[in-house]
Design a protein around this ligand. Structure first.
Ligand SMILES: Cc1ncc(COP(=O)(O)O)c(C=O)c1O
Length: 374
């Protein structure tokens, strides 16, 4: 949850804003040229870290025992005098991570140093030893884990769903891992809880909802499941206590034939049954055909079923098609159906002045709507 929140925050629109979030209020107006100065300084620090480490010295100066020979219990919190060693270990790790980032952004590097599983097992020992390994071994394992990893941020990586390595988001993930907290209550995560409220309020404003409430979800599949359950609860509040007995008849839902398969899975796990998740034909561009939706709603009613939910996909998984929200919302209003928008693929288009319309025309309408954006 916390990681998601930070991704959201740190993937803000402008460079200045991103840096402001990372560095705090004082740097809110940090300019590009200041960023450059910081980046030059970072390079210098990195060079001196490298040479100090290669000479077996601690960062603070002075020749010391090589941390590589130490074990995890020599670091804090196990050894409360181990701050220096802990810093040095982490700085070595950071160098490995920075090296991976450099390679990721280098067009001359391979996207993947591919090995078949048996070859990979020859160069990496995956067995879990009973005894603790020294820090050198841990660092070697980290290096190897990245060496044989796909560089999903590489300019020549063209596989689906990955879109580069966003440095600021990654920095946010480092920060979140270091904070190592959860989002249960304000007491355990005061800053992140407030941030969550601000982020979600801003998202609602971007969508065009003046009021409302929101939660962060760990992905599109679970967001779709939440929506289907929430809609059922709205229409049949007694379902919570009475279960299936709360339903007067079979209930059914509608979605485009190009929707993500998580919609059908949700119909299965919520007890509707996949036959009650009715596929609506799409046009040649992959968009749901509203007149077909209406026809199928009437057909289901004619069979004694209770239509209650329509999923509108904004960005279908394969075609990237956007179902027409306004026309679908009209039908939802007419037949009192819950309208859910699955924006897992295309929801970020809401942030674009250029592409938002016509794809999201109608998104702000006062129909019962839920968004799921990732
Ligand atoms: C349109 C759509 N909905 C839902 C999902 C599922 O999202 P997740 O993989 O985060 O569960 C995807 C995934 O690609 C998707 O494209």
């Amino acid at each position: 949850m916390a990681i998601q929140l930070f991704r959201f925050l740190l993937q803000g629109s402008g460079t200045t804003r991103r840096h402001a979030i990372i560095c705090g209020k004082r740097h809110f107006t940090m300019s590009m040229s200041l960023s450059k100065t910081i980046s030059d300084a970072t390079t210098t620090v990195r060079e001196s870290m490298k040479s100090a480490l290669s000479m077996g010295m601690s960062i603070g100066g002075g020749r010391e025992k090589d941390v590589g020979t130490l074990l995890y219990q020599d670091l804090v919190p196990w050894n409360n005098t181990g701050n220096k060693e802990t810093h040095e270990f982490l700085q070595r790790l950071v160098l490995i991570l920075l090296d991976f980032i450099d390679k990721t952004n280098d067009r001359n590097e391979k996207v993947l140093d591919f090995h078949h599983p048996d070859q990979l097992l020859e160069v990496m020992d995956m067995t879990l030893p009973d005894d603790p390994q020294n820090l050198d071994q841990l660092l070697t394992d980290c290096k190897d884990a990245l060496k044989y990893q796909v560089k999903t941020g590489h300019p020549h990586f063209y596989n689906q769903l990955s879109c580069g390595l966003d440095t600021i988001s990654m920095a946010g993930e480092w920060l979140i891992a270091t904070a190592n907290t959860n989002m249960f209550t304000y007491e355990i995560a005061p800053v992140f809880i407030l941030m969550e409220n601000f982020v979600l309020k801003k998202m609602r404003e971007i969508i065009g909802f003046p009021n409302g409430d929101s939660i962060l979800a760990p992905g599109g599949t679970i967001s779709n499941l939440y929506a289907i359950i929430t809609a059922r609860h709205k229409k049949f509040p007694r379902y919570k206590t009475d279960g299936l007995r709360a339903l007067d008849s079979e209930i059914c839902m509608f979605t485009s034939e190009h929707c993500h398969y998580s919609i059908k899975s949700a119909a299965m796990v919520t007890g509707l049954g996949t036959d009650n998740c009715i596929s609506v034909p799409a046009d040649s561009k992959g968009r749901m055909i509203p007149s077909e939706l209406e026809r199928l709603v009437l057909q289901a009613k004619g069979k004694g079923k209770i239509p209650y939910f329509v999923n509108c996909t904004s960005g279908t998984t394969v075609f990237g098609a956007f179902d027409p929200i306004n026309e679908i919302a009209d039908i939802c209003e007419k037949y009192n159906l819950w309208l859910h928008i699955d924006g897992a693929w295309g929801g970020s288009v809401l942030l674009s002045k250029k592409y938002r319309l016509p794809r999201f025309a109608g998104v702000e309408r006062e129909v019962i709507t839920r968004q799921n954006i990732h």
